[in-house]
Design a protein around this ligand. Sequence first.
Ligand code: FA5
Length: 349
Amino acid sequence: MSEKMNEIRQAFSVKIGNASDTQTLEEIRIEYLGKKGIVTGLMKTMKDLSNEEKKTFGQQVNVLKNEITEAIAKKTEEIRQQELEAEINSMPEFDVSAPPALDRGSYHPITLVQRECERIFRSMGFTVEDYSEIVTDYECFESVNIPKHHPARDMQDTYYLTNGQLLKSQTSAAQNAIYKKYRKALVEEGKPIKAIFPGRCFRNEATDACHENTFFQMEGVMVDRNISISNLIFFMKTMLSEVFQKDIKVRLRPGFFPFVEPGFELDISCLICGGDGCPSCKHSGWLELCPCGMIHPEVLKAGGIDPEEYTGFAFGLGMTRLAMMKYGIKDIRDLNSGNLKSLSQFTAE
Ligand code: FA5
């Protein structure tokens, strides 16, 4: 029997030595270890042996089986390594330091305008805040003086989650948190609150050339002692002339928002049609860009700030519309279209 096993061993060692691919190895494995294989066949002959012989023979077959299993595993690893090296060697040379062959991507026009606004406001001492897109009813409405059932809610229908939270319809939703974050520094250290908070807003409304259901606003607030409308006008004008790098015709008209008193609408002369009227400005020649006003005392109170001592202004810049005006984009829907051909023409200056 042990002679037979040695013959098997020798024949196997020749075969495995000649094998040069994984397919052949698999065939050898089946030939020796498969259900009808040589080693399995040896096991089956055990039934004719005495108990004593069975023990010795069984051990020898197991040793042979382990040798064959290990040899196949070792050879498989060797062949895999060779195949991998051959594949790597057949690849064209790759220079990691070479500039990418693909065209470079570009920033979205809204990102460009947002960064520009952030740069301008930072240079005037404002902090830039980030805020969640999912907010509570309190943050979006009640804390800014829009109680439940207030008619002003009709202007801002949005998308509600089953847990009662909502996608914010205005960046004003962050005001309360900002006041609470900075009121200690205001009261104890006399540091004015100067913050902007850009963000994506959502409204359940029909779209047209100047309305989208998803758009960007940038809220700004300043709170200190003796803040007045002149401060508000100064910051708005500075921001617009920096963004457009030229004089822009603006007009202020009264506007109602429950969280400011008095409130204004700041419109700019439409830069798409030069003020003659077009679909982008609803044929009025003016584009509603930045509602603003003096923060309502109730809103300051909700933020833990005493309105008898402090006043402030707030504005809600329509950043998507600002991008349209800056880059001459006629239809707001192009901005969310994902059309790379039209979006990739805008690059940072
Ligand atoms: C507001 O959202 C107020 N929270 C702004 C505000 C802040 C007023 C602080 C006073 C003080 P309004 O709904 O008008 O206001 O939106 C502000 C700006 O967002 C608009 O002037 C416009 O430029 C932009 N906007 C509003 N709705 C849309 C829309 N559907 N698509 C694109 N831009 C929009």
